[in-house]
Ligand binder design. Structure first.
Ligand code: ATP
Length: 239
């Protein structure tokens, strides 16, 4: 099992951001975590990445409990946060070398590992570029290359295409689909079209709970949520 979540709860004072959720993801595929703003998606992803400790319940990543075996679990996770503040004055290669060192990639294999990630993200040509001079879409790819360092089992992507233009969105989705051949990808979004475009399965969150778990390969019936048009996108609302 790549991801096993059991009775996961996170409280912030009086607020139950995540209110007892369970799910399993067996192996490589793309699963969407969708729901309206404030549903608890980011809090869930932060517990999966070990940034936040659960109030109750457990998460196992590739067999490692994120509390008892946090270091091993962390090594199995690549995380693309919703907003990435990456060193604007550094070159792409310098930034990735620094991150590889932080992630304990052995010195002798760092160069090869960075090449692999640049290649996987289609940004070999950006290696010597200054990060601050890249477009938003290019910076997202650099952040994704960072997430891929040390070859994690699971990729966790928080609103991965937010702020990208339509062409960049299509290209980024294509990239994620390629990565899902070898990695389990869990991505959050509040736009249904995003999930429908690339996810094989969708978990719908509302008010801290999972209210629907839909296999898009066998049907697109959402029982406990409805769609609303917001701007140019369909968004999810609890029924
Ligand atoms: P969005 O799509 O807007 O990012 P989300 O589904 O990711 O929403 P979360 O960010 O997980 O939702 O927030 C869930 C609830 O928990 C919200 O009510 C939010 O205000 C609250 N919350 C999140 N983080 C904290 C925190 N550090 N302290 C207090 N409340 C928090």
């Amino acid at each position: 099992m790549s991801i096993v979540v059991r009775n996961l709860v996170k409280s912030f004072g009086e607020t139950r951001a995540v209110n007892g959720i369970d799910f399993e993801i067996p192996g490589p595929r793309i699963v969407g975590l969708i729901g309206p703003n404030g549903a608890g998606k980011t809090t869930t992803l932060r517990m999966l990445t070990t940034f936040l400790a659960p109030t109750h319940g457990s998460v196992c990543i590739a067999g490692f409990d994120t509390v008892d075996r946090a270091q091993e679990a962390r090594r199995q996770i690549g995380y693309l946060p919703e907003s990435t503040a990456i060193y604007p004055d550094a070159r792409v290669s310098e930034f990735l070398a620094f991150r590889a060192k932080l992630k304990n990639v052995p010195r002798r294999s760092r160069g090869g590992e960075i090449d692999r990630c640049l290649h996987a993200c289609g940004i070999v040509n950006l290696r010597q570029r200054i990060i601050g001079r890249l477009s938003h879409g290019q910076r997202r790819r650099v952040a994704l290359a960072d997430a891929l360092l040390s070859d994690p089992t699971v990729l966790i992507l928080d609103e991965p295409t937010a702020g990208l233009d339509p062409l960049q969105v299509r290209q980024f989705r294509g990239l994620v689909a390629e990565l899902a051949a070898e990695h389990t990808v869990l991505l959050s979004t509040h736009v249904l079209a995003e999930a429908q475009a690339i996810c094989g399965r969708v978990l719908v969150m509302s008010q801290g709970r999972i209210v629907d778990d839909v296999d898009l390969g066998t049907g697109t019936e959402f029982h406990h949520c409805r769609l609303e048009v917001s701007g140019t996108a369909e968004v999810i609302r609890a029924a």
